[in-house]
Design a binder for this molecule. Structure first.
Ligand code: SF4
Length: 405
């Protein structure tokens, strides 16, 4: 216990935690951990504010040749539900977002072998020229790797061409847990850690904004592997800052994976490294043995809040940390805002996660005055002021219900 208290004291004094110290935080009393993370939030961000942003997502294709075992979203190219949006449909969705005052959009999809690279360039150019005021975050290192393989061009050239066509930012999606042993558990064909790091670093180097990086827990990983993931993100950010890249990570978000109804739930690896198929109950048991299990919504929420707090303390070079209400609910999101988070997401639908949200029986949000009121209530309920932000975390207007301009 003495070592845990010392780690918390060091973190609140602004000292960088080692991987060993970060690992100790998994044993820390939750209220002390949350208080320490909240203290750092106060020190590093405007203490009286919590940000929100009006944003949306365009899932341009659900056709994907990667086939991650945890993904509810993708369809194979000949599947009856396989679909790719036309340019007109994409512009139609952009118009809907403009009407509700969206500041940024996230453009994401599967790795569709039938889409030529020129298709991406044409879409970006058309969207940018019609909606120059809306920031376009798009794709993920996985999608860029797909374009690299498709075109035979280097990923750096791919990124430069996408930027030239109108792309503003590449989010740190497709990360989950950046430990290859963990990635092999649930998605053996997923982008390997080394390629993910290479592409995200190139994106920062060519000046593509990186609104967020993330961690998805509950993939069969251990606490030590989560720490390894956080340490890797911190190292990439250190390099971006040391080398004065034109971009860097602006925020971090974490959420729990819902594996229970996916193919991945039947493929787990025991401590000895043996792969064997198991049913959902055995899966939970195995996860528990590995220190990663959450068998109830309450347990998942508690683990989520612990992760939010640990990330705030471990990622000392990433300024903003998000609270997610869509999958966690407003009550848990409020607790996350008191556990180190300073940014309430999402006002728009969220990418491939949409499918997981629907699978969990929840409705996708529409940006309405009612939704904005709920967001304001959530933020004000913890004694803070809602501040609308843009993709760069600049406050763009005083808090107030702005809708439909
Ligand atoms: S997570 Fe992405 S890459 Fe994996 S199957 Fe789904 S759409 Fe494809």
């Amino acid at each position: 216990m003495r070592n845990i208290s010392r780690a918390l004291e060091r973190a609140t004094a602004g000292k960088r935690l080692s991987a060993e110290e970060t690992l100790l935080l998994y044993e820390a009393p939750i209220e002390e951990l949350r208080a320490a993370a909240d203290e750092i939030r106060r020190q590093k961000t405007p203490p009286q504010l919590a940000y929100y942003v009006i944003s949306g997502t365009i899932d341009y294709t659900n056709v994907c040749s990667v086939g991650c075992g945890f993904c509810h979203f993708y369809r194979t190219r000949h599947h009856p539900e396989a679909s790719t949006l036309t340019l007109e449909e994409i512009l139609g969705q952009m118009e809907d977002m403009r009407k509700v005052g969206a500041r940024l959009i996230l453009f994401q999809g599967g790795i569709n072998p039938d889409l030529p690279f020129e298709w991406y360039e044409e879409v970006l150019k058309a969207v940018k020229s019609e909606y120059p005021g809306i920031h376009i975050d798009g794709f993920s290192p996985e999608e860029v790797l797909g374009m690299e393989r498709l075109t035979g061009r280097s990923s750096k050239e791919v990124l430069e061409r996408l930027k030239q066509a109108g792309l503003d930012g590449l989010p740190g999606a497709s990360a989950e847990v950046l430990v290859d042993d963990v990635r092999r558990l649930t998605a053996p064909t997923r982008i390997p850690t080394r390629d993910w790091c290479r592409i995200i670093e190139e994106a920062l180097e060519v000046g593509l904004h990186s609104s967020w990086v993330s961690m998805v827990f509950g993939m069969g990983e251990t606490a030590k592997e989560r720490v390894s993931h956080l340490t890797l993100l911190r190292q990439i950010q250190d390099r971006a800052l040391e080398r004065s890249y034109p971009s860097r990570f602006f925020s971090f978000k974490v959420w729990p994976m819902r594996l229970a109804s996916t193919r991945a739930s039947r493929r787990v690896v025991s401590r000895g490294g043996k792969v064997y198929p198991v049913g959902p109950e055995e899966y939970q048991e195995n996860q528990r043995e590995r220190g990663a299990a959450c068998s109830s919504a309450e347990e998942t929420a508690a683990m989520y809040l612990r992760e939010v707090a640990i990330a705030r303390l471990a990622l000392d070079n990433i300024p903003n940390h998000s609270a997610l209400w869509l999958t966690q609910g407003f009550k848990v999101a409020q607790m996350a805002l008191q556990s180190g988070a300073n940014d309430l997401q999402e006002t728009g639908a969220i990418n491939a996660v949409n499918a997981a949200v629907l699978a969990a029986g929840k409705a996708l949000p529409q940006v309405t005055p009612q939704l904005l009121s709920q967001i304001f209530n959530c933020i004000e309920g913890v004694g803070r002021k809602p501040a609308q932000r843009d993709a760069y975390y600049r406050v763009v207007e005083p808090a107030g219900l702005s809708y439909g301009h």
